[in-house]
Write a protein that binds this ligand. Sequence first.
Ligand SMILES: [Zn+2]
Length: 258
Amino acid sequence: MIIDTHTHLYDEDFREDFDSVVTRAKEAGVYKCIMPGIDSSSYGDMCEVEKRLAGFAYSAIGLHPTSVKGDWEEELDFVKREFAGRRFCAVGEIGLDGYWSREFMTEQKRVFYEQIVMAASADCPIIVHLREATEDLYEVLEQLRRDGIRPRGVFHAFSGSYETYERINKYGDFMVGIGGVVTYKKATVAGVVERLPLERMVLETDSPWLSPVPYRGKRNEPSYLKEIVAKIAQLKDCSIEKVEEITTNNALTLFNIQ
Ligand SMILES: [Zn+2]
């Protein structure tokens, strides 16, 4: 029994064979999924999937850093309004992305900060997307520290070093989301997995993106999580069952789902 803590099941890539994707996931032992939000344009589709798969798929709400553009204020208001209206298992995915563009980096930091404050006000975990913006991240974390806020959550698709993880974790309480990249040759995250206790890891596919080997380059889906489990077990030199049991417990606790 495993949990995919990061899948965009509501993405149009799954529309055609949605039921088979879900069936294959369940056959592979995936019994729950967390769906991170992106922005208001995909929100309706996400809630639709959550309703259809009640008890299996759970929505998170957040404004993704690559969706922080000229209309960021309206988008942030949308997130705050929805968050106030119902319970979500997490705020995400939120964060900083300097890879696609740095045009709105100032706004990205503001939006990230405000969403963390919002999550902390309800003791809700955050799902963090970080890509080529580590120094910007420290600025936000320093501001949070000054304001007395200690966030908790998960760094999804973490690509930094173990030392970076340790430095980040001083500012809060963070797990690392391990996905398909761990199966790639020369992946930095493989070194992180070797040193990080299983108690700090959750599993994720980030489907439909980032397929693990041997599906690399194809559409990813939650059932491929078992390739990631196998790779972690190999790196930790432990049984598959142990990886499954510990990461599932971590996810249930982190997202407060049962
Ligand atoms: Zn994602």
